[in-house]
Structure formats: C-alpha cells, structure tokens
Design a protein around this ligand. Sequence first.
Ligand code: BJW
Length: 233
Amino acid sequence: MEKIVILTGAGISAESGLGTFRDEGGLWAQHRIEDVATPEGFARNPALVHRFYNARRVQAAKAQPNAAHKALARLQKDWPGEVVIVTQNVDGLHEAGGAENVIHMHGVLAGALCATCGHRWPSPPEMEVGEPCPACRSPTARPDVVWFGEMPYQMDEIYDHLAGAALFAAIGTSGQVYPAAAFVHEAQAAGARTVELNLAPSAGVSSFDETRLGPATGTVPRWVEELLGERGG
Ligand code: BJW
C-alpha cells in the first residue's frame, strides 16, 4: 500500500500559539541564530541558551495541538498504508494530537543531552548551566535539539522512507534549512508526487507538483479528508 511521508515545520504549530522562526516578528527577529542555535553560541554563553530554551519549553508545555496536528494523526490511523511524520519541530504537539512514531529530526524540547557522553534523559522544565549528566556526572547537560552545524537525527531512516514514498507533503516549513529543504528532491527522485501546504509559498515552491496555500488548520484537515475520501476511508 502507498507510503506517505510528511515533513512538518514551525507553521503547523503557529495556530497553537507557538512562534515560527522566519516569519515577521518570529524567533529569529528576536534572537541571533549564532547566539542561541549553534554549539559555539552555547559554549560562549550557556546561560543565555538555557534561558531561550527554558522559555520555549514552558510555552510548548502550555500549547495544545490544533486541527492540523489532529488531522495528520487521523491520516496515520485511517490510511491503509504507512504514514511517516518527520518533524523539524521540537514542541511535541504531533504526539499530543495523537500521532505515533514521529521522527524528530531536530530533537525535542522535552529532552536533555550530555555533550560529553551523549546520554539522553527527560529534561526538567528549567535547565541550568552546569547541570550534571545522570550517567557520567559531567556538568555538560544541554537541550536535546539540533543546532546549525550539527547532524540532524535519524537521517538514514528518513532517506529510506523518502526512497519508498508515493506521496510527499511539506507542511508549514519555509524550505530554508537543509537537509530538510532537499527532501522534496529525494522524494521526487523516488517517483513520489509532492505537495506543499503553507501559508505563503516556501523557498522551494517550484519544486512541488502542487501547492495549497492557507492556514494549516484549514488546508491540512481538507487535504486529509480528500485523501481518505479518495480511498473510501
Ligand atoms: C504557516 C502558518 C500557518 C506560518 N499555517 N503555514 C549552505 C547551503 C546549504 C546548506 C547549508 C549552507 N550553509 C550551512 C548549511 C547547513 C545548515 C543550513 O541549512 N543553513 C541554511 C540557513 C542555509 N543546516 C544545518 O546546519 C543542519 N545540519 C546539517 O546540515 O548537517 C550536515 C548534513 C549534511 C548532509 C545531510 C545531513 C546533514 C542543522 C540544521 C538545524 C536547524 N535547527 C533549528 C533549531 C532547532 C531547535 C529549535 O527549535 O530551536 O531548527 S533552526 C530552525 O529552522 C529550527 C527549524 O526546525 C528550522 C526550520 O524552520 P521552519 O520550521 O521551516 O520555520 P520557518 O519559521 O522558517 O518557516 C515557517 C513557515 O510556516 C513559513 O513558510 C510560513 O509561511 C509558514 N506558516 N504560519 C501554515 N498558520
């Protein structure tokens, strides 16, 4: 049965009240990427980076999944084939909306990672500078998120899924950050049909077979209805 691979970005959580990165007034208008989203920034000023992620962790914990997250969970449940959700988001809203086996290629706010030994554990609501790793005791705990210059997670698994995709959808992502921005090409090379669902056309709009513009809470449930309707689901 046909496999669907879905890539999501910050836009799918915008209507849950979480800010995107590159839209007007977004996170990168308020914080310098080099300061808060690179390993070098963390080495220079870990307190600043922890403050940034502590605030976002609190916000994400209060946020509720919206109709778009829930529609994708429904698609996973009702589609007769496999539906793989790969998210760049760290907010956990896909799972809160009922999705399963989500691939978090840029990590999770709910996780802590030891920069020394690579051990992972659930993050406390507030992380502090010098917090010891529960495994090796080094004072090098950091948020378990992927910063610029670092390798996103589960890439082999993602490329395997893309190679077997019949349909690829990118939802609420600006297409400015690699390697995610190139997934559309991987999927196309595998013969997949490609669709973009976004508020505004992404940087890669011309690469998609189809583009549907509008807020995710409208476009995504409609798209899911259509897919399931075509299948008689
Ligand atoms: C709505 C909506 C609504 C709004 N409804 N839609 C030169 C060329 C190519 C690559 C590079 C290069 N120089 C450096 C690189 C590599 C670099 C990179 O891509 N840089 C670019 C800036 C050029 N990438 C990396 O370093 C990555 N690692 C890497 O490449 O490793 C080597 C490698 C090689 C080969 C294979 C594999 C690996 C790591 C990137 C890590 C990104 N990390 C962040 C932070 C994560 C933690 C955190 O959350 O803080 O990830 S940065 C930030 O951007 C975050 C996001 O996941 C990511 C993408 O953002 P996203 O989701 O697209 O959000 P926005 O704000 O950009 O867009 C929002 C969209 O929503 C818009 O389109 C709106 O229209 C839409 N929208 N409201 C629907 N209601």
